[in-house]
Design a protein around this ligand. Structure first.
Ligand code: SF4
Ligand code: SF4
Length: 337
């Protein structure tokens, strides 16, 4: 079984071959590289043989046997990676008057702040130009506002490189969580940044180039304020845009697939296997999320969030588990080099 991903040795090669996932991990490290439109650009050709930017990039060569041992203290190549528990979940009764959707990640992040597990959450919000921007949410309102999906990628990890203090958690995509796992193995020489305390991964099958997608959104959703974009699970291939005035619009999913990042065609991780907690849709019940707990830290947060009515969990259906394992295996089989 092949347990290595990534065919490049340097992040420069990743960028030159347009295989960058836009995670931002190689920016804000040195003055030579800045984040451009969708990917980083080098403003000066660095001559170092290897740098932190190469070692932490999720698209450079990665030995998962070694990475799992160092990060999870285990080796588990089952379809969904290392798991302590899997549940159906949704925001708990405490949020009943605020929103009716499932919103597991929002509920967990609100609990992380309230319980002072972390002082802030590194996540993404949509700016006026309909592009995702990384930022630190420091209160419940900011967490709730950031819980809007538009499916394009933001250079969230550029902020990790600026972080000098402990006390934050991260919500990100599997490629971003993989980069954090690689940062965790850096030795002293490469100045390991301060890493997040809790890592929540969103399930991901693809992410979009932010620039092209924001232009599409501006053209196709008129002048209304966009609130959320949903892709319902199942065979109906559509994307639903929800607006602040409570109206909605459906477009064909195929229309936006032209903006999928090239890197996603070699990504093998559907659920974020190096996270503490992973969250995605539940294929058999659209009113719930799927919640995967992977670490003791993750288990403790979920148990306390349930106790404090921030979160509701229930047994995970066998049929949904089979579907998720199959989808995860398919992504690995299709993309493992
Ligand atoms: S994938 Fe991330 S680390 Fe790699 S080149 Fe792109 S932004 Fe840099
Ligand atoms: S499919 Fe993989 S590389 Fe693409 S955005 Fe999702 S996690 Fe990142």
């Amino acid at each position: 079984m092949n347990t290595t991903t990534g065919k490049y040795l340097s992040s420069k090669d990743v960028i030159m071959n347009h295989d960058c996932s836009g995670c931002g991990a190689c920016t804000n490290i040195c003055p030579y590289r800045k984040f451009g439109k969708n990917s980083p650009v080098d403003i000066f050709q660095c001559t170092e043989p290897i740098g932190r930017c190469d070692l932490v990039c999720p698209m450079t060569k990665t030995d998962h046997q070694d990475l799992q041992k160092k990060n999870l203290n285990t080796m588990d190549f089952s379809p969904l990676g290392s798991i302590i528990g899997i549940y159906k979940s949704r925001a708990g009764k405490r949020f009943k008057s605020l929103f009716t959707q499932k919103k597991t990640v929002t509920a967990l992040n609100c609990f992380i702040l309230k319980s002072q597990t972390s002082q802030k959450i590194l996540t993404t919000r949509i700016d006026k130009n309909l592009k995702p921007k990384p930022f630190f949410a420091e209160n419940e309102d900011q967490v709730i506002n950031s819980g809007k999906t538009i499916h394009s990628t933001a250079p969230v990890l550029s902020m990790v490189n600026l972080s000098k203090e402990k006390g934050y958690s991260l919500t990100g995509l599997p490629c971003q969580i993989l980069s954090i796992a690689k940062m965790n193995t850096l030795d002293e020489k490469f100045l390991r940044p301060v890493l997040p305390e809790i890592k929540i991964s969103l399930f991901c099958t693809w992410g979009l180039y932010p620039d092209e997608y924001s232009n599409y959104l501006k053209k196709n959703t008129g002048k209304k304020e966009l609130n959320n974009c949903l892709i319902p699970p199942g065979k109906e291939k559509k994307i639903i845009f929800k607006f602040s005035d409570k109206s909605s619009q459906e477009n064909k999913l195929d229309e936006i697939k032209q903006f999928i990042r090239k890197s996603c065609s070699s990504c093998t991780d559907l659920t974020g296997e190096y996270s503490d907690i992973s969250v995605g849709d539940c294929e058999t019940d659209s009113a719930f999320n799927t919640l995967i707990i992977r670490t003791q830290k993750g288990l403790e947060i979920v148990n306390r969030a349930v106790q404090d009515r921030y979160l509701e969990i229930s047994p995970y259906p066998e049929e949904a588990l089979l579907m998720l394992e199959t989808a995860s295996l398919n992504k690995k089989k299709k993309n493992f080099s």
